[in-house]
Unconditional design. Structure first.
Ligand SMILES: Nc1ncnc2c1ncn2[C@@H]1O[C@H](COP(=O)(O)OP(=O)(O)OP(=O)(O)O)[C@@H](O)[C@H]1O
Length: 428
């Protein structure tokens, strides 16, 4: 496979499919180099008052503990983003305050609530104090990795993963102060296995809170966990999207919350350029994809399909799926073909292209605007540039593009993938 970086064209694999380590290392260096350029872009955005990455405060001014400050700087963060600057003081206030918070994809929500949990726990107490639940196994794993990285200099704070396959001995209470997991397993840990004492939980975080509320299975399990907590337990709900009905429900469930909410026109990121390609037949979508690859410098891409069969991940176990994502995260795979299971939260900074091979639709065949936003948000992470390309192969899919444009009041530009010059100028 050939990959183009700037004017350089590099072969990633030698004949016989063996990776040349020196070549690979040079490749990684060049990829990193292009990311360094992007980092400067982040600096610029963080000083632009209209950017969601903008903040007036430093991490020091957010009064983080020294060990956490070390962790944050060790991750390469210089300044907080807007959501971090606004949400952290609310999450750390005394007496504790509830929060429902919305911020665009890739603007540092995970980092914000991870910092809140790490700041909140008392490491001397050897029982679970913070519970965080997320909709998928891979997202729970990813959040756990962020907490581990950030908490690198807090050796007494421990974390347990409440995910499928992580078997624990029944009845023996966990000593880990933080548990991150999916709702089904965490519920089992609270009720069936009694590993967690729900009355001792003082911070409860729902990531991707809208989907946790709107999807029936998740909602029932989350509510059952919530019912066992005390009334004083602090509740923190985060997502990039909240449909109106979901927002109303959240406000009913969360007592007296602080609220951080975006206006509809603020939900999309300017750094992600959105296009659609008209394809006469289904097969044309493959040609369009090849053309995109032929003319773009794509570090990594994510391609979304409707069905697991189409994405060829139907037969995978959650562990297999997680290991594929890990390979992708480490740059060992350049393309991830997936269904909606990876539409939310997955954070891989090198993703420069998202393709909606099949457009996101709801049960009634209408545009699923929230899923659309989460899918395209897999690129353009923390101020980076990204491209989102939608394949349109019918009148119905054109209608969906129009619905999405109207919903976010954003233009999605037509792209002719057979016209290389036009592509270059539009996508530069
Ligand atoms: N203050 C910061 N400075 C630099 N990078 C940051 C900062 N905060 C977060 N990041 C990085 O930005 C990327 C996106 O952050 P994160 O995953 O927390 O976003 P998110 O808002 O939770 O995204 P999503 O809506 O997709 O779940 C991550 O790679 C993270 O390490």
């Amino acid at each position: 496979m050939w990959i183009q970086i700037g004017k350089k064209k590099l072969k990633t694999k030698k004949d016989g499919d063996k990776v040349d380590l020196a070549e690979q290392s040079l490749l990684n260096k060049l990829i990193r180099h292009s990311l360094v350029r992007n980092r400067n872009q982040v600096e610029v955005l963080q000083r632009d008052p209209t950017s969601p990455l903008y903040s007036v405060k430093t991490f020091e001014e957010l009064r983080l503990k020294p060990d956490l400050l070390k962790g944050v700087y060790n991750m390469g963060f210089n300044r907080p983003s807007r959501i971090q600057e606004n949400a952290l003081p609310m999450m750390l206030a005394q007496p504790p305050q509830n929060l429902i918070a919305q911020s665009q994809s890739g603007t540092g929500k995970t980092a914000a609530f991870s910092l809140a949990m790490l700041s909140h726990v008392n490491p001397a107490n050897k029982w679970t104090q913070c519970l965080c639940i997320a909709p998928t196994y891979e997202l729970a794993l990813q959040i756990g990795q962020v907490i581990e990285q950030m908490g690198k200099y807090c050796p007494d704070v421990k974390l347990a993963y409440g995910i499928r396959g992580n078997r624990m001995e029944r009845g023996i209470k966990l000593q880990e102060q933080i548990v991150i997991g999916t709702p089904g397993t965490v519920l089992d840990w609270c009720t069936k296995y009694r590993l967690i004492e729900p009355k001792k939980i003082t911070m409860f975080v729902l990531d991707e809170a809208d989907v946790m509320i709107a999807t029936q299975g998740h909602r029932d399990q989350s509510i059952r966990i919530h019912r066992q907590l005390t009334k004083d337990c602090q509740m923190l709900l985060f997502s990039a999207t909240f449909e109106d009905s979901v927002w109303r429900f959240a406000e009913q469930v969360v007592p007296d919350p602080n609220i951080i909410r975006l206006k509809r026109e603020e939900e999309t990121l300017d750094t992600i350029k959105q296009f659609y390609v008209v394809c006469k037949e289904k097969e044309d979508k493959f040609t369009a994809l090849c053309n995109l690859y032929g003319s773009l410098t794509i570090a990594q891409a994510m391609i979304f399909c409707h069905t697991r069969k189409m994405a060829a991940c139907g037969e995978m176990t959650v562990e297999q799926r997680a290991s594929v994502i890990e390979r992708y995260r480490n740059g060992k795979e350049k393309v991830l073909v997936t269904t909606n299971v990876c539409s939310r939260g997955i954070d891989v900074e090198q993703v420069s292209l998202v393709v909606n091979f099949d457009l996101p639709v709801d049960m009634d065949g209408n545009a699923d605007n929230e899923t659309y936003l989460h899918r395209i948000g897999r690129t353009g992470r923390f101020g980076r540039r990204g491209f989102a390309v939608n394949m349109v192969d019918s009148k119905h899919s054109m209608d969906i593009i129009n619905q999405i444009e109207m919903h976010f009041n954003r233009r999605i530009t037509k792209l002719d993938t057979s016209d290389l010059e036009e592509m270059e100028s539009l996508m530069s």
